[in-house]
Design a protein around this ligand. Structure first.
Ligand SMILES: [Zn+2]
Length: 88
């Protein structure tokens, strides 16, 4: 899977709850931003990818928890779409 947005890694080994036997060393996450209301939130990549069908869409999108519209998308793609809108 090759999405065009930035993935961040959180080092779990420094967390209090980290257990080498059953925890991942890193959590991958990214930031989502809503095209409609500009609401922004950090989300784990696993959760994001579970909620989207990558074969249908070139980028994942979720329902925005703030305005309930389905335009809650990775921040990098948000800015690309906004930039395109400005140029057109
Ligand atoms: Zn929204």
């Amino acid at each position: 899977m090759n999405f065009d947005f930035k993935i961040y890694k959180r080092d779990n080994t420094k967390e209090d709850w980290y257990d080498p036997l059953c925890s991942n060393e890193f959590t991958e996450y990214t930031y989502l931003k809503c095209l409609d209301c500009d609401y922004e939130e950090e989300i784990e990549l696993d959760i994001l990818l579970e909620c989207c069908d990558s074969k249908k869409f070139s980028y994942p999108s979720m329902v925005c928890p703030h305005c309930n519209k389905g335009n809650f998308i990775p921040k990098d793609i948000y800015y690309k779409i906004k930039d395109n809108n400005l140029k057109n």
